[in-house]
Design a protein around this ligand. Structure first.
Ligand code: HEM
Length: 237
């Protein structure tokens, strides 16, 4: 796995800059820290995912904030470190190690891994369109596609669930398009309200509103809800 990562060329690094410029523009621009709930929509709306979080107790009231901090630290390492650097490789190795026993036991499904990866791309494209009032340029779309394809490969997520997964993708735009199509289609069957989606959504929402005074929390929650698609909002209760 290390070999694969080191093989990623330095364009991976410049691609990250494009992606992050867009994401921070979005978060700062909306002046609302709702990024976490929106980014973790797969964590909160797909019952095969939420069932596991409930079963492992990884999102209980006591460890909720620590889990968020751990996840953010690791994701920052993955996004911000230079491709192939020790810190970058170590972050992937740790994340893969954490998932490996669940994946081996089929408690984490490949389709949920792909959907989680795809959710990030769908949210990025939609957010730029909605809150920056513009479409991404083809170069940006391609950069996002190459970035997430490299990430998926480093996480050993099979791409055989998208049409060109076997034959190969012509470029980043092609990959991003097929990944987005898969993600949207998958949600039609996988996203549904259950006890576990409600519970995990509640935990994520608590994290998001933790720094607001109680009187403002319901308002902030409603604002966050407006940033979610209808079916995701329903499954999150
Ligand atoms: C692209 C897809 C995904 C990414 C980038 C990702 C990222 C992460 C990261 C960074 C952590 C570490 C947090 C920590 O240090 O505690 C983590 C932990 C975890 N993830 Fe994922 N994840 C993905 C998909 C999934 C899916 C689909 C599931 C399905 C249920 C899942 C279940 C878990 C669980 C249960 C843990 C905690 C494991 C433990 O500490 O024992 N992840 N994930």
């Amino acid at each position: 796995m290390h070999g694969k990562l080191i093989a990623c060329d330095k364009s991976f690094h410049s691609i990250r800059m494009i992606k992050y410029t867009s994401r921070y523009a979005l978060i700062v621009g909306t002046n609302l820290g709702s990024g976490y709930v929106v980014r973790r929509r797969s964590t909160a709306s797909v019952s095969t995912v939420t069932d596991l979080f409930v079963a492992t107790g990884q999102r209980n009231e006591k460890n909720n904030t620590k889990r968020r901090a751990d996840t953010e630290v690791l994701m920052n390492e993955i996004h911000d470190r230079e491709a192939g650097s020790d810190a970058h490789v170590m972050a992937f190795a740790r994340m893969n190690y954490i998932h490996s026993r669940y994946r081996k036991a089929c408690k984490i499904l490949n389709e949920d891994m792909l959907h989680t990866l795809g959710s990030a791309v769908v949210d990025l494209f939609r957010s730029i369109e909605k809150y920056e009032w513009r479409q991404l340029t083809d170069v940006e779309k391609c950069a996002v596609g190459v970035f997430y394809r490299s990430m998926g490969e480093a996480m050993e997520i099979p791409f055989n669930l998208v049409p060109s997964g076997k034959a190969g993708f012509t470029d980043g735009i092609h990959f991003a398009q097929e990944l987005c199509d898969f993600t949207v289609e998958y949600e039609k069957t996988a996203v549904k309200p259950t006890q576990s989606t409600f519970l995990i959504s509640r935990r994520l929402m608590d994290l998001e509103t933790a720094n607001y005074p109680s009187i403002l929390k319901p308002v902030v929650e409603r604002i966050i809800a407006t940033r979610l698609d209808e079916h995701i909002r329903v499954s999150m209760g």
